[in-house]
Ligand binder design. Structure first.
Ligand SMILES: NC(=O)c1ccc[n+]([C@@H]2O[C@H](COP(=O)([O-])OP(=O)(O)OC[C@H]3O[C@@H](n4cnc5c(N)ncnc54)[C@H](O)[C@@H]3O)[C@@H](O)[C@H]2O)c1
Length: 278
């Protein structure tokens, strides 16, 4: 894809799924990659595939919730490549369970990775992106950052938060005259390990939930998702809906309004996905 040659791109959660596909597609497009993940096995696979393409790559174990480590990492990447153009704050986790039966720690863990991980990455890399003269922040929310469903309160909260944070950032960069574009990403169901890597409230089997997700909800491949995201990044779009399901769901919630969609979606999702053990 055009527009990425020579760009230094940072991808978090690059050891699997959308992050891995983004890193590989960026490498194919001539970018230099700084990839990270807590999953070092998956990360090593991504690194090998990027090396096979012939693109420069720096791979590091990084937990996006560790702010101090993120600060050191941002400086190390800038020093290694001499500049940083783009960050893809992609790392994320899923959790299923009604609020009534969820633990505080479950909700905090989801917010720590999905929201604070994005804040950490954005804040620590922003000075480098501004200094590059040609920066881009790409933050991965979800369709669950556009509408809420029962059993996904923690995930919904984290993804709505990513959307609010990122949409404000885009306006701030414009008003400040900084050379940094900003894109919020809202994928629908993408065939990745997210559901298989997820957790759930006691009594719900995450493996059963993952089976339903894999069979019924995840329709877009990570490779296709990466191409859609990079096309939107290249064009500097404010937001990108990934997959036909994301586009349709966005239309439905805009047509029905925020009250009516809740009545409609709760009836549908409660049939597809259990959210509590009884
Ligand atoms: N797959 C979907 O259907 C879908 C839909 C909407 C949004 N998303 C979002 O897309 C992003 C990528 O998810 P995916 O579907 O590729 O899932 P995935 O599980 O395949 O990949 C996520 C990666 O993030 C890593 N990660 C988790 N916690 C981390 C942490 N604390 N620090 C660093 N890395 C960490 C995991 O090890 C994993 O490699 C996530 O933000 C997810 O919420 C996915």
């Amino acid at each position: 894809m055009e527009g990425f040659a020579g760009k230094v791109c940072v991808v978090t959660g690059a050891g699997s799924g959308i992050g891995q596909a983004l890193a590989i597609e960026l490498a194919r497009s001539g970018a230099k990659l700084a990839i990270s993940d807590v999953n070092t096995e998956g990360l090593a696979e991504t690194e090998e595939r990027i090396k096979a393409i012939g693109a420069p790559v720096k791979a590091d174990r990084l937990n996006v919730t560790e702010r101090e480590a993120f600060a050191l990492y941002a400086d190390a990447v800038a020093q290694h490549f001499g500049k940083v153009n783009q960050i893809y704050n992609n790392a994320g986790i899923a959790f299923t369970g009604d609020i009534e039966v969820s633990q505080f720690k479950d909700i905090e863990r989801v917010m720590d990775v999905n929201f604070w991980g994005v804040v950490n990455g954005t804040k620590e890399f922003l000075p480098h992106l501004i200094a590059s003269g040609d920066g881009h922040v790409v933050n991965v929310s979800s369709v669950f950052g556009l509408f809420a469903v029962p059993g996904q309160a923690a995930y919904n909260a984290s993804k709505f938060a990513v959307r609010g944070f990122t949409e404000a950032l885009r306006q701030e960069m414009k008003l400040a005259g900084h050379p940094v574009k900003v894109t919020t990403v809202h994928p629908g169901g993408v065939k990745t390990g997210i559901a298989r890597n997820s957790t759930a409230v006691e009594g719900l089997d995450p493996k059963e939930l993952a089976k339903t997700f894999d069979a019924k909800l995840a329709k877009t491949t990570p490779e296709r998702a990466a191409k859609i995201i990079l096309e939107a990044v290249r064009k500097g779009h404010a937001r990108v809906l990934v997959g036909p399901d994301a586009k349709l769901l966005d239309l439905i919630i805009r047509a029905t309004g925020s009250g009516a969609y809740q009545d409609l979606f709760s009836r549908v999702t409660s049939r597809v996905l259990p959210t509590r053990s009884h």
